[in-house]
Design a protein. Structure first.
Length: 451
């Protein structure tokens, strides 16, 4: 029986594991370190967040991105975009040096148990834990517009489905969306030789301004403070005061989580994008189907194409034909997507009113005692910081303290006099690295990307 099992090994899962190990908890971490960052983001991607806002969290605060870069001769700077591969390597380094060994197994079922929870893996192992943290990232919650639901996977996909975009060379690709994922993915597609366009309902694209220098005077700083989520007082509050966000009415929290900060492209991408990608703004996709088999206009290869039915702001309608539709339409935090959760447990969880996100207490504990959540599913409670790596700095210490509080009655004994005396627990020694299980094949129930 473990004190804690952490499901997920991305930035949130690794940060929580680091704090839990330092607290002396007997824990197990299940997942593939940084797997979704390595496998589900296109090559050539850069982080939109500033390097200073991209640290994972460890109790000593020593395993920072800056520490990794110094050790490896890399020089991240304020205002310079950080390559995805550098961040992924940093997360893997953090997993080796600041967290307990990760067991690369896939969770297929989580169910209640009289003493806590029973966890089953695709490899046939069964574990028992007094508390569980679900830090499953964003992959399970990828949103694809319902109008695209009738199309096969070969003709429509989500932006998280592709690591190598070169497969789209010489194809006509339509990207739906107006955020960083849509704008950067379409730019990379064009640079890989695809014929690409962006379709978005917004009447204009938004671009972030270059970050201001850190030292820019007291008046300028007070007028528009810098924060890990961007400039301005609202972003400063969302990033620095998640507990304050939790005290807002549910409707206000949901609005903030969905719209702050809104869809926008990074300033360093704008020139590349505008030079290569045409846009069709102010258009909504109302339906989608397949054309009859015939000869494609591009490449002369027989086959079907996707036909999109569009409606402009003025009400006019027309169609557009393309080889592939790529939905860069973000993520929706829905508990119903966690199919490995026991159905009775999943349905019993209290929700944030107006959403399918779990209601959470001040330490990230759900309405089922001992079941904690981290990452995207917590944004409707604690705000938009939970959608970014920066949110680990608040989540990890707060959540682990909540786990300790949950376990406290089990960690004490009460002598006849009635005074509780702490019981010293000896952490389970980590297995030698050579004894760690080999990574297993992924299954359809694999834990998703950590964000």
């Amino acid at each position: 029986m473990y004190d804690l099992v952490v499901v997920g090994a991305g930035p949130y899962g690794l940060s929580i594991a680091s704090h839990a190990a330092a607290a002396g908890l007997d824990l197990r971490v299940l997942g593939r370190p940084m797997a979704s960052w390595r496998d589900h983001m296109p090559r050539g991607t850069y982080l939109k967040s500033e390097p200073a806002a991209s640290d994972l969290s460890d109790p000593a605060g020593t395993h920072t991105l800056a520490a990794y870069c110094a050790e490896h001769g890399v020089e991240p700077a304020h205002g310079d975009p950080l390559p995805l591969d550098t961040f992924t390597a940093y997360g893997t380094w953090f997993a080796r040096h600041a967290a307990p060994p990760v067991d690369e197994r896939t969770v297929t079922r989580l169910a209640p148990h009289p003493d806590g929870f029973r966890i089953e893996t695709a490899q046939g192992e069964r574990l028992l834990a007094r508390a569980v943290v679900l830090a499953v990232g964003v992959l399970p919650f990828a949103y694809r517009p319902p109008v695209l639901g009738g199309l096969p996977a070969a003709m429509v996909s989500h932006s998280t489905h592709h690591r190598d975009l070169s497969r789209f060379r010489d194809q006509d690709v339509t990207v739906i969306g107006a955020g960083q994922a849509a704008l950067e993915t379409s730019t990379l597609l064009a640079e890989k030789g695809a014929r690409v366009r962006v379709v978005a309902r917004t009447p204009r694209l938004r671009w972030d301004a270059p970050p201001q220098p850190h030292d820019r005077g007291r008046v300028a700083t007070l007028r528009e403070p810098h924060s890990p989520l961007g400039p301005g007082w609202p972003s400063w509050v969302w990033s620095r005061k998640p507990h304050a966000v939790r005290r807002l009415p549910a409707a206000a929290r949901l609005h903030i989580a969905r719209h702050a900060p809104g869809p926008a492209g990074a300033w360093w991408l704008r020139e590349r994008f505008e030079a290569t990608v045409p846009v069709l703004l102010g258009h909504v996709v109302t339906a989608a189907d397949r054309t009859a088999p015939g000869v494609r206009r591009l490449g002369g290869v027989p086959g079907e194409r996707v036909r999109l039915w569009l409606r402009a702001e003025n009400g006019t309608a027309h169609t557009l034909e393309t080889d592939h539709v790529l939905a860069a339409t973000g993520f929706t935090p829905n508990l119903s997507r966690l199919r490995f959760l026991d159905p009775a447990l999943r349905e019993s969880l209290r929700r944030v009113p107006g959403s399918d996100a779990p209601w959470l207490g001040p330490a990230f504990e759900s309405s089922h005692p001992g079941l904690f959540f981290a990452g995207l599913l917590t944004a409707p409670t604690f705000g938009p910081a939970m959608r970014f790596v920066h949110g680990t700095s608040f989540t990890a210490p707060t959540l682990v303290e909540g786990v300790r509080h949950h376990l406290a009655p089990r960690h004490t004994t009460e002598p006849p006099g009635g005074t509780r005396t702490p019981v010293t627990r000896t952490p389970r020694p980590a297995p030698p690295r050579s004894a760690r299980p080999e990574p297993a094949a992924r299954t359809t129930e694999a834990v998703g990307r950590e964000g």
